[in-house]
Design a protein around this ligand. Structure first.
Ligand SMILES: C[S@@+](CC[C@H](N)C(=O)[O-])C[C@H]1O[C@@H](n2cnc3c(N)ncnc32)[C@H](O)[C@@H]1O
Length: 425
C-alpha cells in the first residue's frame, strides 16, 4: 500500500477568517462583512504553562482565526464574525471570556464539588493516578477538529477523561481499557446522569445499610454505587479513613455532582455525545478500518506506573486475581530489561491498530513521557515517533509539557499529534 509523504506542515489550514478585502467567486471585489470585527479573548487564570498557551493559540487557529497575543500574554485578539464568537463561546477550553461574554467552559468549571480546579462535574469520581487534564482534552478535541456527531477513540480510556469531555461537546466517544476498574469508573462518570432519579430513590436504603450494593443487580445504578464503594476502599487503603463513613460521604457528594451535571446541561442546552465504553485490549481493536474521526489517548508510559498495583484494592474488590490480570496489561509484564522489550512490542501493535481504524487525513494525539530506568533515560517518545512514522503517520506537532510532582521518575511529557497519511489513488 502506497502513502503520500506530506513534507510541509499540513496541520490546520482552514480558511482564515479575516477582515481583509476579498474576491468573490466571480472575481468581483467585495467589502469585508460588516459583521467582522476584532474581538478580545481572555485566558482563564488557571492557564499557567507555556504548552497551555500554545494549545490555546492552536485552538483558535483550528477555527480558522488569526491570533495576536497581548497584555502580558493573558489576552488574545482575533478578527471574526458574530457567528464565530458564538462558536467560540460554546467550544473553547482556555478562554474565560470571548468579547466580554462568559464561555460555556467557565460555567462548566464552576460545577465542582471538590477543591481541585480540574475535577468538576463527575471527573473526580475515583482517585485514579495519571489521569488527563480535562481542559487539555477539550482543547485537543477542538484542535483535532472533531465535530459534533463525529466519533473520537481513546483506546486507553483510564478514568474516562476523554469520554466525559467528548460528551460535553456533543462528540461521540469509544473508550476501551483492559482494566475493569477503569471501564466501571468511566461508565459511572458518563452514564449516571441518565439515572439520577433512580439513584436518589435508593440513596437512603443504601446509606442506612438496608440495601447492599451487591443486591442492586447490573446496570447504571449499581455501577454508580459500586464506584462509591471503590472510592471508599481507596480512601480506607490510602488515607486510613473509615470505610463506612467514607462511603456515605462519597454518595452524598457524588449525587451533588450529578445534580450539577443536570443543571449545566439545562443551562447551556448541551446535546451530549454518545459514549461507548468496553473492556478491550487495545492491541486488537474491534473496529473497522478507516472508521474513526480522531484519536486522543495516553498509553501506559512504558513501565513508569504499575496500573495493577495502583488499583490493586479495587481490582480485588471486584473479585479479580491480580496475577492473571497482569498478563494483559501493557508495561507490567516481564522483569528487568525484558519489560521494555515487551512494552515496545505491545505498543507497536496498539499504534498499528490506531492507524488502521483512523480515517485517512484525520488526526491522532498521543500524550507520552520518557521514563528513567537505573539512572538512564529511556526515550519512549522518540520510539513512538519513529514507529508511528514508519506505519504511515506524519508528525504534525510535538508539544513539550513539563510536569511537576506527579511521579519523581518523570519530568517531561510530550503531546504528539500525528496525521494519518492519505493514500495515493
Ligand atoms: C495513562 S493511563 C490512561 C489515563 C487516561 N488518559 C485518564 O485520563 O484517566 C493508561 C491506561 O492504559 C490501560 N491499559 C494497559 N494495558 C492495556 C491494554 N492492553 N489495552 C487497553 N488498555 C490498557 C491501563 O489500564 C491504564 O488505564
Amino acid at each position: 500500500m502506497k502513502y503520500k509523504t506530506v513534507k510541509e506542515k499540513v496541520f490546520h489550514k482552514p480558511k482564515k477568517q479575516s477582515i481583509a478585502v476579498k474576491e468573490n467567486i466571480s472575481g468581483i471585489t467585495v467589502l469585508p462583512s460588516v459583521k467582522s470585527k476584532t474581538i478580545e479573548l481572555q485566558l482563564f487564570n488557571n492557564v499557567q504553562f507555556i504548552y497551555e498557551l500554545h494549545l490555546a493559540k492552536m485552538e483558535l487557529e483550528s477555527f480558522g482565526l488569526d491570533v495576536k497575543i497581548t497584555n502580558g500574554l493573558r489576552k488574545v485578539l482575533s478578527a471574526c464574525d458574530y457567528e464565530m464568537v458564538e462558536t467560540l463561546q460554546h467550544h473553547t477550553a482556555y478562554f474565560e471570556k470571548i468579547n466580554g461574554e462568559i464561555s460555556d467552559y467557565f460555567y462548566i468549571q464552576q460545577k465542582n464539588q471538590t477543591r481541585s480546579v480540574n475535577q468538576y462535574l463527575t471527573h473526580w469520581f475515583y482517585p485514579y493516578k495519571g489521569k488527563f487534564h480535562p481542559q487539555m482534552i477539550r482543547a485537543l478535541l477542538n484542535i483535532l477538529q472533531i465535530k459534533q456527531g463525529e466519533t473520537v477513540l481513546d483506546p486507553f480510556i483510564g478514568s474516562g477523561t476523554t469520554a466525559l469531555e467528548s460528551m460535553l461537546l456533543g462528540i461521540n466517544c469509544i473508550g476501551y481499557d483492559i482494566s475493569s476498574v477503569c471501564v466501571l469508573v468511566s461508565k459511572s462518570k458518563t452514564e449516571s446522569i441518565n439515572v439520577v432519579d433512580e439513584i436518589i430513590a435508593l440513596r437512603d436504603s443504601v446509606l442506612f445499610g438496608e440495601k447492599k450494593v451487591e443486591k442492586l443487580g447490573v446496570g447504571k445504578v449499581r455501577n454508580f454505587y459500586k464506584v462509591a464503594e471503590l472510592i471508599a476502599h481507596s480512601d480506607a487503603a490510602r488515607r486510613r479513613k473509615n470505610f463506612q463513613s467514607a462511603f456515605n460521604e462519597n454518595i452524598v457528594k457524588m449525587i451533588n455532582s450529578l445534580k450539577d451535571f443536570q443543571e449545566i446541561k439545562e443551562k447551556l442546552n448541551l446535546q451530549f455525545g454518545e459514549i461507548t465504553l468496553e473492556k478491550k485490549d487495545s492491541r486488537h481493536l474491534p473496529l473497522e478500518d478507516n472508521n474513526i474521526d480522531g484519536i486522543i489517548t495516553s498509553p501506559p508510559y512504558s513501565i513508569a506506573l504499575n496500573y495493577v498495583e495502583n488499583d490493586a484494592h479495587s481490582l480485588e474488590a471486584l473479585g479479580y486475581d491480580l496475577k492473571k490480570v497482569k498478563e494483559d496489561f501493557i508495561g507490567v509484564r516481564g522483569n528487568g530489561y525484558e519489560k521494555f522489550e515487551l512494552y515496545e512490542k505491545d505498543m507497536q501493535k496498539a499504534y498499528s491498530e490506531m492507524h488502521r481504524v483512523l480515517k485517512p487525513g484525520k488526526y491522532c494525539a498521543i500524550v507520552i513521557g520518557n521514563v528513567t530506568y537505573q539512572g538512564g533515560e529511556v526515550n519512549t517518545t522518540q520510539n513512538v515517533i519513529e514507529y508511528c512514522q514508519s506505519i504511515g503517520f506524519t508528525l504534525v506537532e510535538n508539544i513539550e509539557k513539563i510536569i511537576y510532582g506527579l511521579y519523581n521518575i518523570m519530568q517531561k511529557e510530550h503531546i504528539l499529534i500525528f496525521q494519518k497519511n492519505r493514500e495515493i489513488k
